[in-house]
Design a protein around this ligand. Structure first.
Ligand SMILES: *Cc1c(COP(=O)(O)O)cnc(C)c1O
Length: 565
């Protein structure tokens, strides 16, 4: 299949070459073309597919080293507190159902009447999991003002999963908890919890898909519209606008290392053009792992003065890894749709838990009201099957409806046990009046690995607040140059593509890293994930990387000697 694509690309190259009259007959020309075709294929293959090949090569590496795979962002830690609490609470809720009716393996539903008292009686404050659940419920009642029986009934039904999610968008007490979590971790003091609507989804990935679908279906983004993408960016995201035939034209708003991975003024200025309808970013970014500076956030506020209809879509999954993080949503709540995922911080990639958050007062709802009458008529008909007042339907509710092709709106929404799990993860954070020790630990964990790696690579560490240190981009060519000189680096550029280098690193040394240009990062860069290996492994990765450069240096010197002879 891949081979076929390569051949097809080669064929197109040949035809193009013939048409343009260039010398296809020369053997050397064909080789160059084949190389070009392969490079083109590599560019089209996402960084993730390239790494899949290298993972195979690494297994049979020539040195016989144990494989070190720092490619994926899946963390190698999990949060235990939320998991223990989930099973404990699930047992409590099952017993509540048995109180209602119990015959063999069959039970009834949890009942609200007196559930708070029964919860108090069932929990043992001496047990750490029970103590957490007690503290969590107390927090919800005292700090969030939730009614204890209503909360426990909602959570009990939800963890049992014996009712469809209702309302579909988000369970009510759960929404209050999620809002408090987002406010505490991402808003940097801005008080928006009371005015934010949340839609829990099957991870951040589903959130993105749902948002793009709904923006396109609701004609807020149309074929031919320009959308700006903050690059370098998580590869699959780069492909969304083109792959699904939305016909969107994407322009890059690029961050560079020279700007410490912040967005330069000239790039920000692109967003002031009203023909740019949306700006899509990951903050802190992936792969560069940096959060936007206060200065850039202030500039974005000015951008909106020039382009007030701009829809900003921000994925803040790494927000808790950056000190004093501040989301774009907290400075521009009207224009921003926020996506968050629990996947990384809590080690729950298999759970698929993420969310969409939007302000009650938002640009999407205004733009829906300003659509031409023919579009409004089209959308009225679309949503009439699920609401008697389709014109009044909020954008976020349309996102929910569209996630199940509108027709199945009544069975939409995230599975209720997943919603409980999200609430519990949030509460492990919220119960701490001061610093959350778990978030501190996660940050210290990646920080120690980052420090070990940078020290072993003899590279300066960037310990600024903005650096989330979940990933780092390393410029291998710069490393080759600083250790072996300019001539060697030039030779390396000539004799090896970056993919060759990554293949050698995998096939010869058993190390899997990710291809930076696959994320639109500069040529010569590799992404190293600091989430999925232990500290000493990063020292070993650096050692093997230098070992490979050393092998290349030997080859380079042999060639140089041959040339001299
Ligand atoms: C890992 C990651 C996520 C998490 O996605 P899920 O679907 O929630 O697992 C989201 N955004 C970015 C940029 C990521 O790197």
């Amino acid at each position: 299949m891949k081979k076929k694509t390569a051949e097809l690309v080669l064929l197109i190259f040949c035809i193009t070459a013939l048409l343009s009259g260039s010398g296809i007959a020369e053997g050397a020309g064909i080789i160059t073309m084949q190389q070009e075709a392969e490079e083109q294929l590599q560019r089209e293959l996402g960084a993730f597919e390239i790494t899949a090949n290298q993972r195979e090569m690494a297994k049979a590496n020539e040195a016989g080293y144990p494989v070190l795979d720092a490619g994926r962002g899946n963390p190698n830690w999990i949060n235990t507190q939320a998991r223990y609490a989930f099973t404990r609470f699930s047992d409590f809720a099952t017993q509540e159902c048995e109180r209602d009716m119990s015959v063999g393996a069959m039970a009834g539903h949890a009942q609200k009447e007196g559930i708070g008292d029964r919860f108090d009686a069932a929990m043992n404050p001496e047990n750490s999991t029970d103590a957490f659940l007690i503290a969590a419920v107390d927090y919800c009642v005292d700090a969030l003002g939730l009614d204890k029986d209503s909360l426990l009934k909602e959570l009990a039904d939800a963890v049992i999963g014996d009712y469809y999610p209702s309302p579909s968008r988000c369970l009510p007490c759960t929404e209050v908890i999620l809002n408090a979590y987002l406010q505490s971790t991402l808003y940097h003091g801005a008080d928006l919890a009371g005015e934010t609507m949340v839609f829990p989804t099957e991870g951040g990935s589903a959130a993105m898909v749902y948002i793009f679908d709904a923006l396109s279906h609701n004609r807020l983004l149309r074929a031919g519209d320009q959308i700006a993408i903050g690059t370098p960016i998580f590869t699959p995201y780069m492909q969304i606008p083109s792959v699904k035939n939305y016909g969107l034209v994407s322009i890059d708003v690029t961050s560079t290392e020279a700007e410490n991975w912040d967005i330069a003024e000239t790039e920000l200025a692109k967003l002031e053009d009203p023909s740019v309808k949306a700006f899509f970013l990951v903050n802190p970014s992936n792969p560069a792992s940096h959060a936007l500076s206060e200065h850039t956030l202030r500039r974005l506020v000015q951008v909106i003065e020039k382009n007030p209809d701009l829809i900003i879509l921000t994925d803040d999954v790494y927000g808790t890894f950056s000190e004093n993080f501040r989301t774009v949503y907290s400075v521009l709540p009207y224009n921003t749709i926020l996506v968050y995922s629990f996947s990384k911080l809590y080690g729950v990639t298999g759970w698929r838990t993420g969310l969409i958050a939007m302000n009650q007062n938002n640009v999407c709802d205004r733009l829906l009201g300003e659509l031409p009458e023919e579009d409004r008529e089209f959308l009225r008909n679309e949503y009439a099957i699920v609401t008697s007042e389709p014109d009044e339907m909020l954008f976020i509710d349309r996102v929910v409806a569209d996630s199940r092709s509108i027709g199945l709106y009544h069975t939409s929404g995230l599975s209720t046990p997943s919603q409980v799990f999200m609430a519990l993860m949030s509460l492990t954070h919220l119960i701490h009046a001061e610093e959350d020790p778990y978030i501190r630990l996660a940050n210290e964990t990646v920080h120690a690995r980052y420090t070990a790696l940078m020290t072993a690579l003899s590279l300066p560490a960037d310990d600024s607040d903005q650096n989330a240190q979940y990933y780092t981009l390393v410029d291998v060519l710069a490393l080759a140059e600083s250790h072996y000189g300019t001539d060697f680096a030039a030779w390396l550029t000539e004799s090896r593509t970056e993919i060759d280098f990554l293949n050698d690193l995998a096939g010869k040394k058993g190390v899997v890293l990710m291809y930076g240009p696959g994320f639109s990062a500069p040529e010569g860069t590799v992404r190293i994930s600091l989430a999925n290996l232990n500290e000493e492994d990063y020292v070993e990765i650096a050692r093997r990387l230098f070992e490979l450069l050393e092998d290349y240096a030997v080859e380079y010197e042999q060639e140089a000697m041959k040339d001299a002879a």
